[in-house]
Design a protein around this ligand. Sequence first.
Ligand code: ADP
Ligand code: ZN
Length: 610
Amino acid sequence: MPHTATEKEANPAQALLSKYFGYDQFRHYQADIIDAIIAGDDALVLMPTGGGKSLCYQIPALIREGVGVIVSPLIALMQDQVDGLQALGIRGAFINSSQDFQTRQGVEQDLLQGRLDLLYIAPERLLKIETLQLLSRANIALFAIDEAHCVSQWGHDFRPEYQQLKILADHFPGVPRIALTATADQRTRQEIVDQLSLHQAKQFINSFDRPNITYTIAEGGQSKQKLWTFLQQHHENDAGIVYCLSRKKVDDIAAWLSDQGRPALPYHAGLPNEVRARNQSRFLKEEGLIIVATIAFGMGIDKPDVRFVAHLNLPKSIEAYYQETGRAGRDGERANAWMAYQLNDVITLSQMLQASEGSEHYKRITLQKLDAMLALCEMTSCRRQALLAYFNETLDEPCGNCDNCLNPPTTWDGTEAAQKALSCVYRTGQRFGVSYLVDVLSGSDNPRLQNNHHDQISTFGIGADLNKTVWRSLFRQLIARGYLQVDVEGFGSIHLTEKCRAILKGDKTIYFRQSVKKEKAATSKKRTKAALLELKTEDQPLFDALKALRTELASQQNVPPYVIFHDRTLIAMAKDRPQDSDELEQISGVGAKKLERYGEDFLNVIAMNP
Ligand code: ADP
Ligand code: ZN
């Protein structure tokens, strides 16, 4: 039977989607998830960051009788989330430790008298006996357990209180529970099911692909300069995150970017709480700010228009890389995940691991994860295919939106060079690091070589035909592909692995990637920029004017600009130029409440910019 307009009206979830949120279609499995919850089933939802998890509990909470209770560890975000809901005309509130007694009492009254659609609660607060009693007197539509991977003791976001949340099943039988996470791996998923008693829950596993993110991993060396070029080419005015490994580097890079004229703020665990809170809130509220951070920054950054995530160091695993880069482009618009790393990162990460307290088993697994990350960096085929394959997902064709697809790296037959490099490692006793080995191969007059009599071995000077940068890149690739390994305890010394035998015996040909040519970077610049904005030049002035209005409204109301409208919605306004409120309502992202509140202001700006 064909879908008719009346049928659409008859579907309450669909009607709310356009009424409150201004969208006309559900994404991923949203519709199925919502149906399951409305029917009273439990659900486990895995969806990548930016996939649209919130609607999966917001809409059923509006449809089912009573209030939807959302358990979230992210206290700092609750105010923003509630502001966002109120801007949509949804009655949201939160209970957490940041509130004074009176405010909390007000919320409790609203709860008991059925004046709330959604209520956010931190897990430690929820588990208190008085909160459970309070909730049992209220009418509950559903429980949503957000960031559900926090139950996992293996993950870095572990919260012990999460493991007690299974009591919700006993205290509130018949109230559907929905657990949500963006963490992909199988083991975490099983832990969520076990720990939260979700054995009966329907599972919805959505694709982890983030097609709007362009992945780029740059060659080692001069990473600061490379970052600058990247920013100038692709993100002259955009907001983004730059991740560094150490606090000191965070401070240095933030200061350096500011000196260069780009507003940038540091964020790491060594800064006083109030400075961190202020920098985070400025990042959310201002446009075009860069935050330079250690991985302490991230969880719960609910900013949809982060246009780039740049790594100046190697993340410690593919999971970490995926999670950190996933903070880019949550609004679905084009975004860049860019990285420049150096061999030194591998050494530092290995040493940090060795110094840590974990068991041998833990250390071995962690090293394997680091190896997988390195392999992703040095591969010459589609990175997205490899990334998804790591999460057991198959992408049939190369993606066309990663550096290797856009500018296929040239490769060269490096079998002979690899043999020279490997035998040099062997002849010097597998005790030295890359720069020393490169000196031996190039026949350098470094006195250390002479002291060790390494100017007399057969590999001395046999690599003088290639320059040192090429040798360093070759060593990096040999390590990334598992022919060489960095000693965990030495100062960056490397040793041979079993795998090199075939190369040394001449049974295997090996190809290396050649440094990417500079000219190529320039062409991709134009393409990305044009696609990013999807705007014709003649529409740009209107877009800028709409953005200015948005900034003004946002600062009046003290909310982040995207709470007013997303970039995408402004772009659509600039292109379609709606003339009246009927036309404006057709624009994706304009729901009834926002139409009423902001419609006239935006229509005026459109009228004044013909
Ligand atoms: P998550 O929590 O999964 O990271 P969100 O729930 O914050 O993602 O949603 C990300 C963005 O996508 C939000 O701006 C949201 O409004 C938008 N969004 C969600 N569902 C849809 C949809 N069906 N159509 C268009 N935009 C959507
Ligand atoms: Zn690709």
